[in-house]
Design a protein around this ligand. Structure first.
Ligand code: COI
Length: 354
């Protein structure tokens, strides 16, 4: 499919101070757009100036949430080249989400080539500062003007780009996490494994209450017994207990994170004992009490590797590794970002150059 390009006549000023980008506030000059209509499939692929879009107030995405998205990043290396980290995994996962949300699938190779073309056009927006990158947000949503409930016949696929710094304002400093016992995020058979807006909307109430108690994020437990640990919502979670690196297994209600998968692969390569298994919050608390809870960290595209310094479960507050980043979290962070920013060789075959 040909991609038409309409360049902006009013380019915006690039951020002057790359250390103050924050996350997800600033958007580049152009975006990728493509339409889907039943009978015609995906068509009208175009790169256009970034700007507002017009939607019917009856657009189905606004009423029933038929939407999916992805998150990945473009990195600038010291020699000035631009690279992506496992982008094929994002578009593969997008099609898994599409299947669950009855959204038409995309051609993974085509959207990756469209993304490369968009980034090529926007390459001056990619930050030069260590730790900053160009966050990429592909998404698809239903646009039919109809307030009945059924899968839509019309969709938009878009990619927008945002020069960003760390997701958490604390950077690599440990985050404070609150174990949620009242609300649940997902149940097996639901949409927990899909990257769809509803999973994030559902998390807001718990997050709001955690913020009120001065905790940054919520650790979700399983939706049936509220015993087994699932994920944080903005990242997957890992525990290091007595030398074993443990992360909840993918049972259908946990997002199959790409940084999660990459962390498992690195730990396996380093000869560590890595387990994807069910783990209860009780097991974590017991490990803490017996001095065997060495590290806790989250993994995510936006969050990268995020050490957890405090975990609050009911009245119990666990301070992990003295509220300092642990050796495994640090090694994963250094290796992952080293590969992403081209500082160390990519012997895993994860990098796609633009
Ligand atoms: C990402 O890590 O890219 C995500 O989509 C998580 C989101 C909460 C920022």
């Amino acid at each position: 499919m040909e991609i038409k390009v309409q360049k902006t006549t009013a380019p915006k000023e690039k951020p002057a101070d790359e250390t103050k980008l924050g996350f997800g506030h600033i958007f580049t000059d152009h975006m990728f757009v493509m339409n889907y209509d039943t009978g015609e499939g995906w068509h009208n692929a175009r790169i256009v100036p970034y700007g507002e879009i017009s939607l019917s107030p009856a657009a189905m995405c606004l009423h029933y949430g038929q939407e999916i998205f992805e998150g990945l990043k473009a990195y600038r290396t010291a020699d000035g080249s631009i690279q992506l980290f496992r982008p094929d995994e994002n578009f593969k996962r997008m099609n898994v989400s599409a299947e669950r949300m009855v959204i038409p699938k995309i051609d993974e190779e085509f959207v990756l080539s469209a993304l490369k073309q968009l980034i090529e056009l926007e390459k001056d927006w990619i930050p030069h500062t260590d730790g900053a990158s160009l966050y990429i947000r592909p998404f698809i949503f239903a646009t039919d003007p109809y307030v009945g409930v059924r899968p839509a016949d019309h969709y938009l696929f878009m990619i927008i780009l945002s020069p960003s710094g760390a997701y958490y304002s604390t950077g690599l400093n440990p985050v404070k996490i609150y174990v949620e016992e009242k609300y649940v995020r997902a149940v097996r058979g639901g949409t927990g494994f899909a990257k769809t807006a509803a999973n994030y909307a559902i998390s807001l109430k718990g997050q709001d209450e955690a913020h009120n108690q001065d905790y940054e994020q919520v650790l979700w437990l399983d939706g049936v017994e509220q015993k087994y640990i699932e994920e944080v919502g903005s990242m997957n979670i890992f525990f290091v207990i007595d030398g074993e690196v443990i992360t909840p297994k993918l049972t259908g209600s946990v997002l199959p994170g790409i940084t999660r998968k990459s962390s498992i692969e690195l730990c396996q390569k380093w000869g560590m004992k890595v387990s994807e298994r069910r783990i209860t919050i009780q097991e974590v608390a017991e490990a803490y009490d017996s001095g065997k809870l060495d590290e806790v960290f989250g993994t995510g595209t936006a969050a990268v590797i995020s050490p957890v310094g405090h975990l609050k479960w009911g009245d119990k507050i666990m301070t992990i590794n003295d509220n300092k980043i642990g050796p495994i979290s640090q090694k994963l962070y250094d290796t992952m970002t080293g590969i992403q920013y081209g500082k160390i060789p990519d012997d895993m075959g994860w990098i796609v150059k633009i």
